[in-house]
Design a protein around this ligand. Sequence first.
Ligand code: GLY
Ligand code: MN
Length: 460
Amino acid sequence: MFSSNTYQSRRDRLKKDLKSGLLLFLGNQEVGMNYAGNTYHFRQDSNFLYFFGIDKPGLAAVIDIDANREILFGDELSMEDIVWTGAMPTQKELAARVGIREVLPFRRLLPYVKKAKKAGQPVHFLPPYRHDNMLWLKEALNIPVPRQKNAASEAFIRAIVAQRAHKSAEEIAEMERAVNLSGAMHVAAMKAAREGMVEAELAGLVEGMAVAGGGHLSYAVILSVNGQILHNHYHGNTLHKGRMVLGDFGAETAMHYAGDITRTFPVASKFTTKQREIYEIVLDAEVGAIASLRPGLTYKSVHLAAARRMAEGLKALGLMQGDLDEAVAQGAHALFFPHGLGHMIGLDVHDMEDLGENFVGYSAAVQRSAQFGTAYLRLARELEPGFVLTVEPGIYFIPQLIDQWRRQKKFMQFINYAALKKYRDFGGIRVEDNVLITETGHRVLGEPIPKTVEDVERLR
Ligand code: GLY
Ligand code: MN
């Protein structure tokens, strides 16, 4: 936990920005996995963590700007709870650590919010993503669940994004810890991988390291010899020479700041020529995109420049052809690079995605593209100092997509489908680092994590 001043000044700024109304923060509850008492790993809501810092289930909070009250709602443990879970600080003690003096039992929240609504006080709430909070909001505000996302307070969302998008020095220090642990997980996987292993052995190894680091995974491990499947959580394949392993995983610290790193390495001790050629194209795009980062640039322009750079590499290999400016403008590169270059990262791996991607990654000046591939870009807006983002270009050979485009005779002028036949079983390559935008440029967070061909082969 940061000092109480950090949380107090975050809330003070929120009050200044919103000026009036009641701000509602619903913390997360335990969620039953196969029965109520056997729960999933508990993860507190990130907005709750940012403004109230308390990492426990069963809490909510209200900032009543008009009444000048900040109240934590939560229940003291009964003796029966203590017998099973052990003693814990009182709610009052927890609240005091984050500068809150007023604590009420959880059951008092519903009448508090209902009364405010009845009195005509604006109740600002955030888009819910947990079903229990959706049901609670239905009860408190009488808004049907399907309408809650759109009924959430845009002013509240924008005020939170304005703060959380700019990371403070203490947050950046925490994020460096997350990246360093994530990097160690990748190095361990690269060192441990052997032909004949099952992917799950490596996935388990890195998950164990994240937990041993005092936090947890920041998202479910993606680790696969089928790197062309972007979010592949299946870990049942055996590692064979001739394939590569794409690992996209990271740790979050005990304070829940996330790392999100991707590396790709060959199962054999060395890349084949074909693998190395594609790897170098991806790495060159990643390093080039990072080198270009500075405030004022739109991330959409960095995304398109990376797409263009990879298209040049693919043209040199005979896989793309024709006028590459036109190819990228029309979206032909998305056959190989069907996702965005990156996203903000912080307390969430896709930072603030619960608040709505367009509020976080887009602006009045930069609107979302409708084109396949670029439409998935989560961050497109102008970069500002204090932003932390991922840079994660990739090249994938997705047989189903190639077949569909070839059948549709799509972008025949830009894609050499005949040459692609030799790459059907190639898989995919992605390389990803986490980068801070500074006043004058950028800084890659954490200790360097091996990514040149030579460095990766040395670890193998
Ligand atoms: N780490 C997975 C993603 O960025 O979507
Ligand atoms: Mn990512």
